[in-house]
Design a protein around this ligand. Structure first.
Ligand SMILES: Cc1cc2nc3c(=O)[nH]c(=O)nc-3n(C[C@H](O)[C@H](O)[C@H](O)COP(=O)(O)OP(=O)(O)OC[C@H]3O[C@@H](n4cnc5c(N)ncnc54)[C@H](O)[C@@H]3O)c2cc1C
Length: 491
C-alpha cells in the first residue's frame, strides 16, 4: 500500500506552549497558510507545559538568584537578569494583545499576581541578597524591589515561613510584589483552541516519526496512533516543538547545525498541598539558594500556585536523574540519542560536571524524611500528612560543542535552525515558557527573512516595545508596564 501524501505550508511538532505560540503568531501573520500541529499524546499541553509539570513561575529574574551571580570581588552581575526581565515583558505584551483581541477572555485563567521573593540564610547569604537588592534596585526594571533583614518584617510578608521561628536566625529576604504565577497549560489550550477555530489542523494521538528533506521543504512522516496509519506531509517549514522529544527529531532531520548536540535529562518532584491553613498563610513564590553542585533550575522554592481558580502551595523541585526525555518517554531515550558527533561532547560534560551528577544521584536516593528536612529550611511548620508528592515534567538540558572545553552543559533554551530557515528546533528548558514570545520572535526573524520586514508592523501591534529595550527608556517602561498590568489584571 502506498503512503498517503499531503502538503502544508507549516508543520508544528508538539502541542505545548512553544508550538501554540508560534502557531498563533503565524496564523495571525499569514491567515491563508495551511498550518498543522501534530501531538503524540491524546491531549495538547500534557507534557512540560501542563500546570502540574512545571512550577508556573513567570520568570522575570525577580526572585531566581541564579540569574544574578556574585563574582569573586563581591559584585553582583545582573546582565542575565536584565535580559530575562526584558523577555518576560515581551511575553506580557503578547498575552495582553491576546486579551485585547478577545482571543483570551479571562486573563486570570492563566496569569495571576503572586509576589516574587528571594530568601538567603546566614551572614553570607544575607549579605549577598542585600548587595543584589542594592544593585538591582538601581535598574529601572527592578526599581520596585524591596529588601529586609528584619524578622518582624519577614513574618509579616511570609507568615508560614517566619511566624513560628525561634530567635537567633540570620536571614535576608527581598520582595517584588508584582510577580506572577502562570498556568502555561491553560494558555496553550486557549491558543490552540483559537487557531483551530481559524482553520489550523490540530491532530492529537499523531506521532511524528521521521523527517526528510524534499525538493521544497520537508517530508514529515506522521503516524496516526489510533489507526496505525502513516501519512507523509510535505511542508515548506517545520518547527520541532516536541519538548524533550526535540533532540531525537532534530537528529533525524540530519541538518548540519544539529550535529554535536546532546541531551542531559533531569527529572523533578514537587511537594504540593491545598490545605487551607497552609495556603492562606503563604502568598508568594520564594526562591532560595542552590546547594553545592545543584543545577540552577533545582533551586528550592516555596510557591503559591493558582490553577483553575484554586490556590495551592508547591515546594521543590527535588531533581533526579532519569534517562527519559519525556515524562512518558522510554529509558532508552538517552542511549538512543548518542551519536558519533555528540559522544565526545557528552563525555566532556560528564567529566566536568561530576558535582552535578553526584548531586542528582543524591537527590534520587533522597528519602521522604530528607525531602521534608529541606522543606523545614523554609518553614518550621512541616506536617508530612499535609503534603503530596507530585512528579513534574522532564527537563532535557543542552549539551553542546565548546571550542575550549570540547563540550558544555547549557541551562538555557536554544533554537537550532537549518541554514535555509526551513526547519527549526527548540532545545533546552529554562527559563523556557516564560520567554516563549522572545524565542518565537527571534525564530520568525531568522527563519522567515523574506517575510519578516513586512510582518514587523503587525508584530508591533502584538509587542509594542519590539526592537527597543525597556530598561533604556523609563517612559516606555512605565507605559508598557501599566498597559500590560491593566490588561492582564496583574496590577
Ligand atoms: C520541573 C519543571 C519546572 C519548570 N518550571 C518552569 C517555570 O516555573 N516557568 C517557566 O517559564 N518554565 C518552566 N519550565 C519549563 C517549561 O515547562 C518549558 O519551557 C515549556 O513547557 C516547554 O514547552 P514545549 O512546548 O517546548 O514542550 P512541551 O510542553 O513538553 O510540549 C512538547 C510536546 O511535544 C509532544 N511530542 C514529543 N515528541 C513528539 C513526536 N515525535 N510527535 C508528536 N508530538 C511529540 C509531547 O507529547 C509534548 O506534548 C519548567 C519545566 C520543568 C520540567
Amino acid at each position: 500500500m502506498t503512503t498517503p501524501k499531503e502538503t502544508a505550508d507549516v508543520v508544528l511538532i508538539g502541542g505545548g506552549i512553544m508550538s501554540a505560540t508560534l502557531g498563533a503568531l503565524l496564523n495571525d501573520l499569514q491567515p491563508e497558510w495551511d498550518i498543522r500541529v501534530y501531538e503524540k499524546l491524546d491531549y495538547v499541553a500534557r507534557e512540560s507545559s501542563h500546570a502540574w509539570n512545571n512550577a508556573g513561575t513567570g520568570h522575570a529574574a525577580l526572585c531566581e538568584l541564579n540569574y544574578s551571580p556574585q563574582d569573586a570581588n563581591g559584585d553582583v552581575d545582573i546582565s542575565k537578569a536584565v535580559t530575562i526581565n526584558e523577555q518576560f515583558h515581551q511575553s506580557r505584551q503578547f498575552w495582553s494583545f491576546l486579551v485585547k483581541e478577545g482571543i483570551i477572555t479571562d486573563p486570570t485563567s492563566f496569569i495571576n499576581t503572586v509576589p516574587h521573593m528571594s530568601y538567603a540564610r546566614g551572614d553570607k547569604g544575607r549579605d549577598y541578597l542585600r548587595k543584589r537588592y542594592e544593585t538591582m534596585s538601581r535598574n529601572p526594571l527592578f526599581a520596585d524591589m524591596e529588601y529586609s533583614d528584619d524578622p518582624a518584617q519577614h513574618a509579616e510578608w511570609l507568615p508560614l515561613m517566619f511566624e513560628k521561628r525561634g530567635p537567633g536566625q540570620v536571614n535576608g529576604v527581598s520582595r517584588f510584589s508584582q510577580g506572577t504565577d502562570v498556568d502555561f497549560g491553560a494558555l496553550t489550550r486557549q491558543l490552540l483552541g483559537h487557531v483551530e477555530g481559524n482553520g489550523v489542523q490540530i491532530r492529537t494521538a499523531h506521532t511524528v516519526q521521521d523527517l526528510d528533506r524534499s525538493a521544497d521543504g520537508w517530508n514529515v512522516k506522521v503516524r496516526d496512533d489510533r489507526s496505525n496509519e502513516t501519512t507523509e506531509v510535505n511542508a515548506k517549514f517545520v518547527f520541532i516543538g516536541a519538548g524533550g522529544g526535540a533532540l531525537h527529531l532534530l537528529q533525524k532531520s540530519g541538518i548540519a547545525e544539529g550535529r554535536g548536540y546532546g541531551g542531559f535529562p533531569v527529572s523533578g518532584l514537587f511537594l504540593s498541598t491545598s490545605d487551607p491553613e497552609l495556603v492562606d498563610r503563604h502568598y508568594a513564590k520564594v526562591y532560595g539558594q542552590a546547594a553545592t553542585g545543584a543545577p540552577p533550575m533545582s533551586v528550592p522554592h516555596l510557591d503559591t500556585r493558582v490553577i483553575d481558580d484554586k490556590r495551592y502551595l508547591l515546594f521543590g523541585p527535588y531533581a533526579g536523574f532519569s534517562p527519559k526525555f519525556l515524562k512518558g518517554g522510554s529509558i532508552l531515550d538517552l542511549p538512543f540519542s548518542v551519536r558519533g558527533n555528540n559522544l565526545p561532547v557528552m563525555l566532556n560534560v560528564a567529566k566536568d560536571n561530576f558535582d552535578l551528577v553526584t548531586y542528582l544521584m543524591g537527590q534520587l536516593a533522597e528519602s521522604k524524611k530528607g525531602r521534608f528536612k529541606l522543606l523545614e529550611e523554609f518553614t518550621p511548620e512541616v506536617d508530612p500528612e499535609k503534603w503530596n508528592l507530585t512528579v513534574a515534567g522532564q527537563r532535557v538540558q543542552i549539551m553542546k560543542r565548546d571550542p575550549q572545553k570540547g563540550g558544555v552543559l547549557g541551562f538555557g533554551t536554544e533554537v537550532v535552525s537549518s541554514a535555509d530557515g526551513s526547519l527549526a528546533a527548540l532545545l533546552g528548558a529554562s527559563p523556557g515558557a516564560s520567554t516563549v514570545t522572545s524565542i518565537m520572535l527571534g525564530l520568525l526573524e531568522r527563519c522567515f527573512p523574506q517575510q519578516y520586514a513586512g510582518w514587523e508592523p503587525r508584530l508591533k501591534d502584538m509587542v509594542p516595545s519590539l526592537g527597543r529595550k525597556l530598561h533604556e527608556d523609563e517612559t516606555l517602561l512605565k507605559e508598557i508596564s501599566e498597559y500590560t498590568a491593566g490588561t492582564l489584571q496583574i496590577g
